[in-house]
Design a protein around this ligand. Structure first.
Ligand code: F55
Length: 834
């Protein structure tokens, strides 16, 4: 056990001169200093954008000290670190998060108030860092937050896309994409590190090392540079500050003086332009792999820079390379970073001179792999000719990995040719393809799914043979979680105040198990009333947000029924809008008096469709067309409103989630690996209407049957239904048929636009089983309405749910990973006044 340095024994730098000051006058000085010195303004002459930047830069100064302290400390004690490798980090905003973590929110509010600004408005000046698509990217952000808060030495590694997730506009009901120019204004939350830059090679050819048959020299003159940008991740209530290191691509082709001198100014920096493209834009696909060459080059730039950086840090310890797994654990967030496996092997063998066996042992002990989906279209496969052209050495290494793997399997199961064909990392198609999930699995010591049902499914499907070959123990479950900092303390201040009152202090923010104390308040009438008032206030805030983003007025007294997530056929937004159409039909059949008796409802949608996903885009058009007709129908009024909130984002989610009564998580059973927004909604006192899928199942187990509305067929029934529907026409029930009829009678505009959506069900085999689940879905809606009408019962459900959600804190997930996968321990930085 290494000796822990203390402040007094001289081993530790003294930061006490720069202690974080909570003194309002001092904070004000630092804000004014940035206003004048960084932005050349005076306090009398600023707008809220500049006020934001000056405040953010002053907060950033305070984070810096802790950032340095954390990393210096972890280096000094020789702590093992975890590296979370992800092509996506959906961070959202940082300012409010940092203020809360540092405990300086009040102080900054005061300082800004003194110069005539309201903190809430200033917070709204920040743009989201949207370097991710959806659940997978947001999970990565929650995980680095939990690592920092739980004092685990851990870094995220990712790419610094110049353009993040596109901005979505709705024009004439259609999604239109606009670029996300998030770096147009200064970004206070990143630190450029020009000194941390690595060359990354592409293409070229191999020269065999005459000394050793395994070693090669890879010669190439296409070299890009990856430069680091560090994004600090403030830990709440701890001195520890985590880090996300993002790579930005530059060329290292030297400035061409000859071209410049001959007047070819563009050509002189030609390389620069080409190189920039590698980290220019995030691929906007979730749960589909595009198979584009540029994406492959992005992935490799990321993997190579990250492995070089991790090894550079390791070399400073002067330990032998065989100790790497004792100093570094690397988690692969899906297969996107899997080229890190052959990259580490390449460095160990070709550059460091290790034998294959030594390098292989180190590599597999270092890596672990998380699978996030089993949708076939999401499985990454790279054509062998493409890989061979761009990364000839890696292609050779992958062939060797496969050869040695197949040899051990052949020994274990002699003569089973069929088995070898099934598990080969190389798929024998034309052209051959590298199956990245198999490569990630073979290169890792642990493979995990993201919810119990999902981890079971992958053991029975894609990794079935691997379980047989490599043993059960390698395949584990790590149910996802969400950060209580962002998804309660930050986004829901009123409910947070109630939680703090019940617990007695803010300790629940880092320890959600404390929320079980809520159960004691379940029959406290005053408390229940304030609980409901908090929800009501959030609904009013959302109604305001809806008005400004869509122009639609909704009543905050209606039931808020929310489905917000990426638009995807398997998530079945289409089933939701069909049920809205049917509801509209029913309401139209009633007398005005009857109608007024009905439960008032606002159905809220939001989410982006991948740019090339035509069906998903038509679903958006249908939702908007239905909304337009219903919202304009005076007979309907406030009984039913439908809104599509444009440009769903982390920040939009922070408005929407705390305001839900019901949220829908209605994927076809077995298709949603986990879901994470389901956790956020319930943590914020909302109730789930959902299928028996993903983490819905475990949420139901925790909060209890009464607190969740399940419907639909079960995962093990799906295959039979699909089989049946391949050979037989679906039989829509009367309700679904009614919805089809209304569309086909042009109720929502030209029926031709939407016929393909109906055809996918009626002629396309109804792959996602809408016709199968629709009747029970409508029943479940009825059950929701009945329960909501019983106000007392509903409040009980809401409070009990929150009380029982501790399992779904990402702190719990991270602790499990730390103990069972990474073998790392919390290393709280000495509290020395910072
Ligand atoms: C992004 C790029 C590619 Cl090439 C493939 C998939 C994605 C992606 O965004 N996937 C994704 O978000 N998956 C989701 O991961 C969540 C976190 O584990 C799960 O909760 C969710 O079920 C899953 O769909």
């Amino acid at each position: 056990q290494p000796k822990t340095p203390t402040r007094d024994d001289g081993e530790f730098r003294d930061y006490s001169h720069s202690e974080i000051s909570r003194d309002v006058a001092t904070i004000k000085n630092s804000v004014v200093m940035h206003l004048t010195a960084t932005f050349l303004r005076t306090p009398a002459n600023i707008d809220s954008g500049q006020a934001y930047l000056a405040s953010a830069f002053s907060v950033r100064d305070r984070l810096l000290q802790r950032w340095n302290l954390t990393n210096e400390y972890h280096d000094k004690i020789g702590a093992k670190r975890v590296y979370y490798m992800s092509l996506e980090f959906l961070i959202g905003r940082t300012f409010d998060n940092a203020l809360l973590a540092l405990g300086l929110r009040e102080e900054y509010s005061k300082v800004l108030g003194d110069v005539g600004f309201c903190l809430e408005d200033i917070i709204d000046e920040e743009r989201d860092a949207a370097l991710g698509n959806g659940g997978l990217g947001r999970l990565a952000a929650c995980y680095v937050d939990s690592m920092a808060c739980s004092n685990y030495p851990g870094w995220g590694y990712g790419l610094r896309y110049k353009y993040g997730m596109f901005q979505q506009q709705i024009l004439n009901g259609y999604q239109v994409e606009a670029p996300d120019c998030w770096l147009d204004s200064p970004n206070p939350w990143e630190f450029p590190r020009p000194d941390v830059t690595y060359p990354v090679k592409f293409y070229g050819h191999l020269v065999r090392d005459p000394q050793s048959e395994h070693r090669f020299k890879w010669e190439s003159n296409v070299v890009y540079d990856a430069m680091a940008f560090d994004v600090p991740v403030p830990g709440y209530g701890t001195t520890n500050v985590g880090n996300i290191r993002l790579w930005s691509c530059k060329t290292n082709t030297l400035f061409d003086l000859n071209k410049f001198n001959s007047g070819d100014y563009q050509g002189a920096t030609g390389g620069q332009v080409a190189a920039q493209i590698l980290t220019d834009v995030l691929y906007p696909n979730d749960n589909t792999s595009e198979g584009k060459e540029l994406r492959l080059r992005q992935e490799y730039l990321f993997c190579s820079a990250t492995m070089q950086d991790i090894l550079a840090r390791f070399r400073k310890t002067n330990r032998p390379l065989s100790d790497l797994p004792d100093m570094a654990a690397i988690q692969l967030n899906d297969t996107h970073p899997t080229l890190a496996v052959p990259e580490l092997l390449r460095i160990l063998i070709d550059d460091e001179g290790l034998s294959w066996d030594e390098a292989w042992e180190i590599t597999t002990r270092t890596f672990a792999f998380t699978n996030h989906t089993i949708l076939p279209e999401a499985m990454e496969k790279w054509p062998v000719p493409m890989l061979d052209k761009i990364l000839p050495r890696h292609m050779g290494i992958i062939y060797d990995i496969n050869l040695f793997f197949l040899q051990t399997v052949e020994k274990q199961f002699p003569g089973d040719r069929e088995l070898l064909r099934k598990i080969s990392i190389i798929e024998e198609s034309n052209p051959q393809q590298v199956r990245m999930a198999f490569l990630a699995c073979v290169g890792s010591h642990k493979v995990n799914g993201v919810a119990a049902i999902h981890s079971d499914i992958i053991k029975q499907t894609i990794f079935k043979d691997f379980v047989r070959i490599q043993g059960e123990a390698k395949f584990i479950n790590k149910t996802n979680g969400v950060s209580p900092r962002r998804w309660m303390n930050e986004c829901n201040p009123d409910m947070s105040a109630l939680l703090t009152e019940v617990v007695g202090d803010r300790s629940w923010v880092n320890d959600l198990t404390k929320l079980n104390q809520l159960e004691d308040r379940i029959s406290d009438a005053g408390f229940r009333e304030r609980w409901w008032a908090a929800k009501q206030k959030n609904k009013e805030r959302l109604a305001e947000y809806i008005l400004t983003t869509t122009g639609i007025k909704v009543s905050a007294h209606a039931l808020f029924d929310v489905q917000v997530k990426r638009i995807h056929e398997y998530k079945r937004q289409l089933m939701n809008i069909f049920s809205v159409i049917y509801r509209y039909y029913q309401l139209k059949q009633m007398s005005p008096e009857q109608r007024e008796q009905e439960l008032h409802r606002v159905v809220i949608f939001a989410g982006k469709a991948a740019s090339g996903y035509w069906v998903a885009k038509q679903v958006i058009k249908l939702i908007n067309s239905v909304a337009e007709v219903i919202n304009a129908d005076d007979e309907i009024g406030d009984v039913l409103k439908v809104v599509f909130i444009p440009d769903y984002s982390v920040t939009a989610a922070e408005y929407i989630i705390p305001a839900s009564d019901i949220s829908q998580h209605i994927s076809t059973a077995g298709t949603e690996a986990s879901g994470t927004s389901n956790m956020k909604f319930v943590l914020n006192g909302g109730i789930i209407l959902g299928t028996v899928d993903g983490a819905n199942i475990e949420i139901g187990e925790e909060v209890g049957e009464e607190q969740i509305f399940f419907f639909g067929c079960l995962a093990h029934e799906v295959e039979d239904f699909r089989h049946y529907l391949r050979f037989n026409q679906p039989k829509p029930d009367a309700a679904l048929q009614t919805a089809f009829d209304m569309i086909q009678r042009n109720t929502f505009g030209d029926a031709q636009l939407f016929q393909p959506l109906i055809d996918a069900i009626m002629r396309g085999g109804d792959v996602y089983l809408l016709s199968v689940d629709f009747p029970s879905y409508i029943q479940a809606h009825k059950a929701v309405e009945e329960a909501y009408r019983n106000h007392d019962e509903w409040v009980t459900k809401s409070i009990l749910s929150v009380a029982r959600m501790s399992k779904f804190s990402s702190d719990r997930s991270i602790q499990e990973y730390a103990e069972e996968v990474w073998n790392i321990e919390p290393q709280p930085v000495l509290n020395c006044g910072l």
